[in-house]
Design a protein around this ligand. Structure first.
Ligand code: ARG
Length: 459
């Protein structure tokens, strides 16, 4: 049988070849085969339980579907555009094997609720896979916290040196961001995990099906309450695309930062050579291509979200063929983010901070100026006055080409009669870091608490 089983007796002409090529989705929705078969077995079991097919027929269908699954796994099923999509390929293979028994599988089902169900099952697994990778990435950052525990790095605002922080403060920052991504994934998963099977084309069915039974077997949390809604619903696809876009944004920002850090100008970090590439002409080059591609591929993930938003805009109820176009962007976002995460993990684990290079320039940029200002506030000087005063001291130090702690007692006095050498106790990046107090700051004790909290949480 080559004609699509979806073409009923109503047609007086076979499909134009150009339409076949235009409308096929097998070239990308083959990815759904496992989930399609899982959904079909659950559906057929329910049909048998409800007396819509014989138990014996269910047994034949289940066996044949498992054989077909094996065949696809082995790459033994040729994909034929005239069969449109993965659903039709599997059903045709079933009918080829079982004849009329195979023709009963699609009882009380439409491709509209089938594709919705398959996609939910596929996405649920994809979400779980991405979540596991995010957790692994968090652990990679956490593992650096002990290794880099005593390293002080400049924090930047406006890409200008701002205040000193501990390296683990940076690592914990990324752990927090990826934690929010994981929370978003978990929340999105709740809305993915709803069973649409039984909505049939758009209005439900006159046949006595048991939607709860199918939903239960497929591990869905609940059954969708409106057939029009679920058969047209792609909110869950858009939501997942957004969460993936956020993850891509986080990965891209991190990649950009480490690209900068790996330059001669920064020289903060050495990237593991297994994940760098060379130049075909310049022999000295060690290029951060993995990070550049992570940054670059995020563009596609963001674009996929845009594509999906526009795709569903203004669609009338219920299923429209437009919805077939939801799959390439969704698959691409999942696969791209997965690939980026798989490479981010070993890079985070394998990169080495260039401790000497970082330390040798830590006294540049007056990272301790804000701590000094706060020290003066504690001494009773109003914030605005202290802010102005320390600004004057920085200008003075710049003039003399020294850091704040190297200003002489008389220079301090000349700025304000209350200032003397005692303020040096908060100067220098190490003392500045120790002086932080607030919850969430880079105070070594606070940072240690956070590391311990994450260690417990990520165990
Ligand atoms: N391949 C189609 C899709 O992905 C399956 C649904 C086709 N449904 C229909 N009524 N033509 O959306």
């Amino acid at each position: 049988m080559t004609a699509s089983p979806s073409r009923s007796g109503v047609f007086s002409a076979s499909t134009d070849k150009r339409l076949e090529a235009f409308s096929e989705s097998i070239s990308f929705d083959y990815r759904l085969y496992r989930h399609d078969i899982r959904g079909s077995i659950a559906h057929a079991r329910m049909l048998a339980k409800q007396g819509l097919i014989e138990e014996q027929e269910f047994a034949q269908i289940e066996t044949a579907l498992r054989e077909i699954e094996h065949e696809i796994e082995q790459g033994k099923m040729p994909f034929r555009p005239e069969l449109e999509d993965i659903h039709m390929h599997i059903e045709s293979a079933l009918i080829e094997r079982l004849g009329d028994v195979g023709r009963k599988l699609h009882t009380a089902r439409s491709r509209n609720d089938q594709v919705n169900t398959d996609l939910r099952l596929w996405l649920r697994d994809a979400i779980d896979g991405i979540d596991a990778l995010l957790q692994e990435l968090q652990r990679a950052f956490l593992s650096r916290c002990d290794r880099d525990g005593d390293v002080i790095l400049p924090a930047y605002t406006h890409m200008q040196r701002a205040q000193p922080v501990l390296a683990p403060h940076y690592w914990l920052c990324y752990i927090e961001k990826y934690q929010r991504d994981r929370e978003r994934l978990a929340d999105c998963r709740r809305r993915v995990n709803v069973c649409g099977l039984g909505a049939a084309a758009c209005a439900g069915t006159t046949l006595p099906i048991d939607r709860e039974a199918t939903a239960r077997e497929l591990g869905f949390e609940r059954v969708a309450a409106n057939s029009l809604d679920v058969s047209s619903d792609r909110d869950f696809v858009l939501e997942a695309a957004f969460v993936l876009a956020m993850i891509a944004e986080h990965l891209s920002g991190w990649a950009e930062e480490w690209i900068l850090w790996s330059t001669v100008e920064f020289n903060f970090i050495k990237l593991p050579h297994q994940f760098c590439t060379g130049s075909s002409i310049m022999p000295q080059k060690i290029n951060p291509d993995t990070l550049e591609l992570t940054r670059g591929k995020s563009a596609r993930v963001l674009g996929n979200l845009q594509t999906l938003m526009v795709l569903v805009k203004g669609l009338p109820l219920a299923y429209n063929r437009d919805l077939q176009e939801d799959k390439p962007p969704l698959f691409d976002s999942v696969e791209t983010v997965r690939a980026c995460l798989e490479l981010a993990i070993p890079i985070v684990e394998g990169a080495e901070l260039q401790r000497d290079s970082i330390a040798s320039r830590l006294d540049k940029g007056y990272l301790d100026a804000t701590t000094l200002m706060e020290h003066l506030i504690l001494k009773g000087i109003p914030q605005r006055t202290a802010h102005h005063l320390v600004g004057k001291l920085v200008a003075m130090a710049q003039e003399s080409g020294v850091c704040l702690s190297e200003l002489t007692d008389s220079q301090l006095k000349s700025a304000h009669s209350d200032l003397d050498g005692s303020l040096r106790e908060v100067l220098g990046t190490e003392q500045a870091v120790k002086a932080y107090q607030s919850y969430g700051s880079s105070n070594p004790e606070r940072v240690r608490e956070q590391v311990n909290r994450w260690r417990e949480q990520l165990q």
